[in-house]
Structures are given as C-alpha cells and as structure tokens.
Design a protein around this ligand. Sequence first.
Ligand code: FMN
Length: 302
Amino acid sequence: MEQVIIDKEKCIGCGVCVTICPYRAIVLVDETAEYILKDCFLCGQCQAVCPENAVLLPQLTIKLGLVTMEEGEAAIPPGKTNAAELVTLMRSRRSCRNYRNKPVALAVLEDLVKIGTTAPSGTNSQSWNFIILPTMASLQVLGGMVSGYYRKLNRLAENPFLRFMVKIFGGDRLGRYFRRYHDSVAEALREWDEKGTDRLFHGAVAAILVTGKKDASCPAEDALLATQNILLAAHAMGLGSCLVGFVVEAMRRDPKLKKLVGIADDEEIYSVIALGYPAVNYLRPANRKVVVPRVLRLTETR
Ligand SMILES: Cc1cc2nc3c(=O)[nH]c(=O)nc-3n(C[C@H](O)[C@H](O)[C@H](O)COP(=O)(O)O)c2cc1C
C-alpha cells in the first residue's frame, strides 16, 4: 500500500508539503505535489499542513479515537492558547500519594494511553508500548512480588562482606543502595507486613506501565515523553498520578517481574504510573528550586 497518497485533483501546487517534509519525500512535478519515495517515517506533517486536505496517509488514523471526551478537529496554532493556564496545569500536577477507593474506568485508562502517543518520538518510531493494570487487586499482586524483590535486596545489602566484594568487582551499586535506601525500604516492608500499608502504589487503584523497544533510536526518551503527556492529561481528567521508580528498578533487575506483566525480552520498562482519584486537594501549585540557565551566544572562531 502506498504510504502517502496525494489527491492530484485537489492539489493546488502550493508546495507547503515539500518544504515541511523532513524526508524530502515530496517534490513538485508540473505544479503538483508528488510523493517520490517508497517509504518515509510517516510523521504526517504533509497531511497536517495541506490547505486543500489533499494528502492522505492510509496507515494512520486521523483521530486518536478517544471515547471519554470530544476530540478537536483542528490544530491550535502557536500562541493561540492560554499559556498561563497551561503553565498552571503543569505546576498543578503533583505526585499523588493519597487516593480514594474508587475505580478508574478502563475507557479512561485507554484514552490516557492514546493521549500518551501524541508525544514526539525519535525518528517517529513510536517505540512505546503500554500495559494497563486496571484494578487495585492487580497492583497488590505486582506490589507483593516487588516487595519480595526488595526483601531479598535488603538481605544482600545488609551483608558488609558482600557489599565489599561487589564494590571490588562491579562498582558500589550495592553499597549505595544500602546507604540511600535500605532503611526506608525496610520500614516500608515492615508497614506492608504489619498494617498492610501500601507505600509502593500509595493506594492507587490502577497503573499504566510504559515500555519501549530496546533497539529503537531513543526508547527511553520516547517512553518518558509519552509518560509526561499521560501525567498532565490525567490531572486534567480529574485523576491523581505518581511515578513509581521503585517498581521500574525492580522490573529491570528481576526477570520474574517482567514476565508477570508480559514484557518481552526485546523491551525495557521505562515508567510505572500509579493512578486513581485523589483524596487530597492541592491548594497551591508546585514550587521548584531556582534554576539559572547558562546563556551562550556562540560566535564563529574561524
Ligand atoms: C523517575 C521518577 C521516579 C519516581 N519514583 C517515585 C516512587 O517510587 N515513589 C514515589 O512516591 N514518588 C516517586 N516519584 C515522584 C517524585 O518524588 C516527585 O515527582 C517529586 O518529589 C516532585 O514532586 P511532584 O511530582 O509532586 O511535583 C518519582 C519521580 C520520578 C521522576
């Protein structure tokens, strides 16, 4: 199937698609656009800029197919949205660690995944994959196995001889873990055992796991950009969210955990997003440390 189809009847030969194409895949022939390659990376910019809607990419959907909200038809031009509101939204997203015991509909979680895919990706590879855990029971099963991983890791890290040997042969990873995390993890495990307190998912009722193909050009960046989209959209949709790095770390190290959630050998896990309806109201947006960017005005030294 041809990847990019140009309707010659509709094309007015304006050439905008030619100038926008990162692949140089379109040329003007007799004042009509022509797609001259067999394939490109299907970014769809040609379709998005055509004033006559003369470009069709049959393999791509025009809409995301959201079911829990209306989807806009037109793109918002630069500068034509409320930037202050967008910034306030960004600052209002917080890591939620207190959720209501109310399920999140699967359709909402599926829409969040679709929204995640609007992120940019290296060479438009869209190398992400998503796994939805739609129930608190699923999180408890995963949490139980993750806590087993950290129980074992804590036992190993408590052994000074082992820390010493690991340092000699493989760097200070175990020692660093011991110094930074051992005590707080031990306390969290104790609370899990004695009171059933979930210090991993903090009582979230669902999660989205974002994975990526290891051999893609930028799998980590792709997955994490999709993740940020999901976090922001979740806030706008009334949900609280929290990244759970402890689960990501455990999944990377323990093949049993990867197997539990069906992550293939050629995939890596990049984020675990806990989700649920928040039981806490943040009244003020996030504060951050002051950053001072370095401003460089480079000049040629030749
Ligand atoms: C890569 C990453 C891993 C994180 N892992 C955890 C985690 O395991 N548990 C947790 O409660 N919060 C986790 N967080 C949330 C951070 O603690 C949080 O983003 C930070 O304190 C800033 O607060 P805010 O998100 O409310 O603005 C993680 C955040 C990132 C970016």
